[in-house]
Design a protein around this ligand. Structure first.
Ligand code: ADP
Ligand code: TRP
Length: 323
């Protein structure tokens, strides 16, 4: 089973990215042949600053490794180290109906957030389809907001197969972890860097404390009263990082009353720190050895490119390019 996913290098990771996509992707590395990449071509739709893009790419590679990506088990690479994917993207674009792209929520959301409406942004799902199809991927672990893009990929693969021969491209499946489909942010909305409500994965401990104790929104229920479960901003975050027994105890304490939000927040803070500290320590080790990241990315690029070249050759032959 070939597993593939990508993340845009768009700044420091937050725990929504981690629990929405990365954690699931890292668990899957033990179940099959996993390919994970840093989607720097995609980031060009929003970042036009070369040093910034390069430093984000490096940070994301380090984050992947710090979170447990094992380069012996899976292939980690930079999307742009496999330029074949842009050629496949062009070929795919010639069978992609405009209406399919016009329906994509992500494009509309990004325009609404002020990202320039470039052709690249509109064609973003076609490049993503090329990313997935060029590696003959079976399974694509992504957050809920990327599910539509995987469906677009399936439609494009089916159209290619109808036009140029059954079995030309493998039709992939999305893999969404429903229980953590949307991680809430400090204000209770979806955690997103565009809403300024994130908890970063490798947050400075003092900032983390300030965010949890001061910025995480709670209601005004009096200390002695039971606290609402459904609307809690603390419980869904705690569930991600606490043991099931500790989580159940916090739910019971909400229902009982007599404990204030400050107390629950302290428990959340402790659970976050103990969950992410080992990864932060690993991150510091990786940062101290820059050659390691370069080696991992170079080996990853070589392996990924070998697969991509084969698929592209097959597609070029099927559509009538070259001799
Ligand atoms: P952001 O919303 O901060 O810009 P991205 O759109 O770059 O995040 O998302 C990168 C990946 O992380 C995607 O697979 C996305 O589905 C996942 N993701 C982002 N935010 C969340 C969240 N709050 N809950 C679950 N998954 C998320
Ligand atoms: N669009 C994805 C995101 O913003 C990143 C991505 C690019 C991707 N190509 C992909 C994810 C292929 C999965 C498969 O998060």
């Amino acid at each position: 089973m070939r597993i593939l996913s990508g993340l845009q290098p768009s700044g420091r990771l937050h725990i929504g990215n981690y629990f929405g996509m990365m954690d699931a992707a890292l668990r899957l590395q033990h179940e099959g042949d996993a390919y994970y990449f840093i989607a720097d071509y995609h980031s060009l739709t929003s970042i036009h600053d070369a040093p910034k893009l390069r430093s984000h790419v490096r940070d994301l590679a380090i984050d992947f490794l710090a979170c447990g990506l094992d380069p012996q088990k899976c292939v980690l690479f930079r999307q742009s180290d496999v330029p074949e994917v842009t050629e496949l993207s062009w070929i795919l674009s010639t069978v992609t109906p405009m209406g399919l792209l016009e329906r994509c929520h992500s494009y509309k959301d990004k325009i609404a957030r002020g990202i320039a409406a470039s052709h690249g942004l509109f064609a973003y799902p076609v490049l993503m389809a090329a990313d997935i199809l060029i590696y003959d991927s079976d399974v694509v672990p992504v957050g809920k907001d990327q599910k539509q893009h995987v469906e677009v990929t399936r439609d494009i693969a089916i159209k290619m197969n109808e036009a140029f021969g059954e079995g030309l491209l493998k039709v992939p499946e999305p893999r969404i972890r429903e229980e953590t489909a949307v991680v809430p942010g400090l204000d209770g909305q979806k955690m997103s860097k565009s809403y300024d409500n994130t908890i970063q994965l490798f947050e400075d401990p003092a900032d983390l404390k300030k965010k949890i104790m001061k910025k995480l929104v709670t209601d005004s229920t009096a200390l002695e009263l039971p606290k609402p479960i459904e609307t809690s901003t603390i419980l869904p975050l705690y569930k991600l990082v606490a043991s099931p027994a500790d989580y159940d105890a916090m739910v019971a304490d909400h229902q009982r009353g007599g404990i204030g939000y400050g107390d629950f927040k302290k428990r959340l803070l402790e659970a976050l720190v103990s969950y992410f500290t080992p990864m932060a320590e690993r991150r510091a080790e990786i940062v101290a050895d820059p050659g390691y990241v370069d080696r991992v990315l170079a080996e990853g690029a070589e392996k990924a490119r070998a697969v991509a070249r084969k698929t592209l050759a097959r597609v070029r032959a099927a559509v009538g390019l070259g001799d």
